[in-house]
Design a protein around this ligand. Structure first.
Ligand code: SRM
Ligand code: SF4
Length: 559
């Protein structure tokens, strides 16, 4: 249990918040500042929003003795990452009216809008609400957006499995009406009673993440989550989930007590009742045993390692009132998005569009945002986000495929996807500058130009067909999941990155730090030499990640 005498400041804010209301109503109407009152800056996260400032303009603002340029990021709760065409049109218009206009697909299958000024928060949330969209619990010390393998071609049972994302999201939603009162003007009832048996008044010690994977594709990076559910399909029937717990990728430079960890397999469960009960009780264990003193050590991965996996599992089975069965066989063979057109078992069509680092906008190269808007206007497609920050134009009927394809072609979206290198299509980066307050280095603004320089090395070493995963994060929090990639860049300071190698292709092995704080020239030199060695490997089926793991192991053995 956590040390009640030494609680972190956020614990007090949560319990004193009157079920996440705090003074948000007053804060939001305070005209003399673009910021919120201090405690409300923590609370607003539970409502799916972050207070941020434009870090590019901090110095200029400070020099002029002006307040930093505050604005807000809003992240939608979108279990499984699905939008109807009407919701897409709404999102497009809301982005244009209230934010920078960029629709940013996240690594957790949802979207964020940035640059929303304080007076626009409420209109934005209200506009989303008219499209049946909300941002409840998209951030904060609660369960976040629930992920599910995106592509319906994955399995004939996709819809049945996909439905669990919604069920779990609802199961773990906070019960407070605060969101509706503050943002949607719902009247606060004098005799309201909002018992929240799951979160109580203290919520969780830290953020909590759940993902559902449908083998053979681990596109959700299931082992990077606090709870990972792996669908088990036998004889064309969905028979339950293997359940893993304790994944998380963040580390802190210079803090050896922090580490990335992949979730540990606990066992198998068959019925819906048991699956939901186990998910619920894992959350209650984390609520009761998680570290509430040190937020750096508060995620479930540390709770499990402190308790020991056997004790943790015993506690889970005790709380559930049943035992987990032995895990069932499964195999992941890929983790990528299926670009281009694919058909599912019902004959519907799906087009996966490459979106570099999840940023949907119109620029001098491509009118992606307008193209997708025109597709949504046909009302003949829906949209699914992937955890690799791409979008799937979905559920297109055979008779409508030509119309949608013509739009993909005329807006250059098809050629954009077709003409992108494998390396770039398997890359992603977190947001980092200019909005992320924790960024030490650039990520999404820099990775495209770095890849421009890596691509010639790929060509030089004849590796164009290799689907090497390359990921970049602007700090060691790992939002771009760089710790589970074959080439991982982790920002250490402006223009400097640790280079990680040796992760496997499907996300079942963490990579390891190979070189410290490299600048661009050093990155290119290191990659040139690794690519050269890799292109001369004897086993041509060996992936870059497996090859570099051997390089790491052999250098460890020599030391
Ligand atoms: Fe993240 C904090 C962006 C996925 C680990 N993350 C942040 C914040 C909110 C910075 C902050 O605390 O003020 C970033 C906002 C940047 C901005 O300006 O938008 C941020 N994280 C993102 C997104 C948008 C990256 C992206 O480009 O897609 C992803 C949003 C996901 C979503 O829709 O919910 C995002 N973050 C992740 C992931 C990947 C995942 O979950 O699959 C991780 C690593 C996995 C994990 O949780 O261990 C991740 N983010 C963190 C952490 C470290 C948590 C920890 O255990 O210590 C922080 C910092 C924190 O919580 O204190 C963080
Ligand atoms: Fe910000 Fe770091 Fe996350 Fe990138 S990894 S978005 S820099 S917190």
């Amino acid at each position: 249990m956590s040390d009640q005498n030494n609680l972190s400041p956020v614990e007090r804010i949560k319990t004193a918040s009157d079920a996440l209301r705090g003074t948000l109503k007053e804060s939001i109407n305070e005209p003399i500042t673009g910021a919120l009152y201090e405690d409300d800056q923590s609370l607003i996260k539970f409502h799916g929003m972050y207070q941020q400032d434009d870090r590019d303009r901090r110095d200029e603002r400070s020099a002029k003795k002006l307040e930093w340029l505050y604005s807000y990021m809003i992240r939608l709760r979108l279990p499984g990452g699905y939008l109807t065409s009407q919701q897409w049109l709404g999102l497009h218009n809301i982005a244009g009216e209230h934010s920078t206009g960029v629709i940013k697909i996240t690594t957790r299958q949802t979207v964020q809008l940035h640059g929303i000024v304080k007076s626009h928060i409420k209109p934005t949330i209200q506009a989303f609400n008219t499209f049946d969209l909300d941002s409840i619990a998209a951030c904060g010390d609660v369960n976040r957006n629930v992920l599910c393998s995106s592509h319906p071609k994955q399995s004939v049972l996709h819809e049945e499995i996909f439905a669990y994302a919604d069920k779990i999201s609802l199961l773990a939603l906070p019960k407070t009406r605060a969101y509706y009162e503050i943002w949607l003007n719902e009247e606060q009832l004098a005799d309201r009673k909002e018992d929240d048996p799951l979160y109580q008044d203290r919520y969780l010690p830290r953020k909590f993440k759940i993902a559902i994977a449908v083998p053979p594709n681990n596109d959700v990076d299931v082992f990077a989550n606090d709870i990972g559910l792996i669908a088990v399909i036998e004889n064309n029937k969905f028979i339950g989930f293997n359940i893993a717990a304790g994944g998380g990728l963040s580390t802190t430079h210079g803090n050896p007590n922090t580490y990335a960890r992949l979730a540990t397999m606990l066992g198998f469960l068959d019925t819906e009742e048991k699956i939901l009960k186990a998910v619920y009780e894992i959350i209650t264990i984390q609520r009761d045993y998680g570290n509430r003193s040190d937020r750096k050590l508060a995620r479930l991965k540390y709770t499990i390692d402190r308790m020991g996996i056997d004790t943790f599992k015993m506690e889970l089975e005790k709380r559930c009132g049943f035992q987990l069965e032995a895990q069932r066989a499964y195999e992941f063979t890929e983790r990528k998005d299926y670009y281009g057109w694919h058909q599912n078992h019902e004959g519907k069509w799906y087009y996966t569009l490459f979106v570099e680092n999840g940023r949907i906008l119109d620029d001098e190269k491509i009118a992606m945002k307008t193209g997708l808007y025109e597709i949504a206007k046909t009302n003949k497609a829906s949209f699914r986000f992937t955890c690799n920050q791409n979008v799937i134009v979905s559920d297109v009927l055979e008779d409508d495929k030509k119309e949608i394809d013509d739009l993909l072609v005329s807006f250059g979206l098809a050629s954009h996807t077709d003409n992108t290198s494998e390396l770039r299509k398997n890359s992603m980066a977190c947001v980092a500058f200019n909005t992320c307050p924790l960024a030490l280095a650039e990520a999404q603004r820099y990775l495209p130009s770095l890849i421009d320089k890596i691509e010639p090395l790929i060509i030089k070493h004849k590796l164009e067909q290799e689907e090497i995963t390359l990921r970049m994060t602007g700090c060691p929090n790992g939002c771009g999941r760089s710790h589970v990639s074959e080439i991982g860049f982790v920002g250490t300071a402006y223009g400097r990155y640790n280079l990680h190698i040796g992760g496997d292709r499907v996300g079942e092995r963490l990579n390891e730090k190979y070189k410290d704080a490299l600048d661009e020239a050093a990155i290119l030199t290191e990659l040139d030499s690794l690519f050269s060695a890799y292109s001369n490997r004897s086993d041509t089926n060996e992936t870059f990640g497996d090859f570099t793991k051997r390089v790491l192991d052999s250098s460890t053995n020599q030391n």
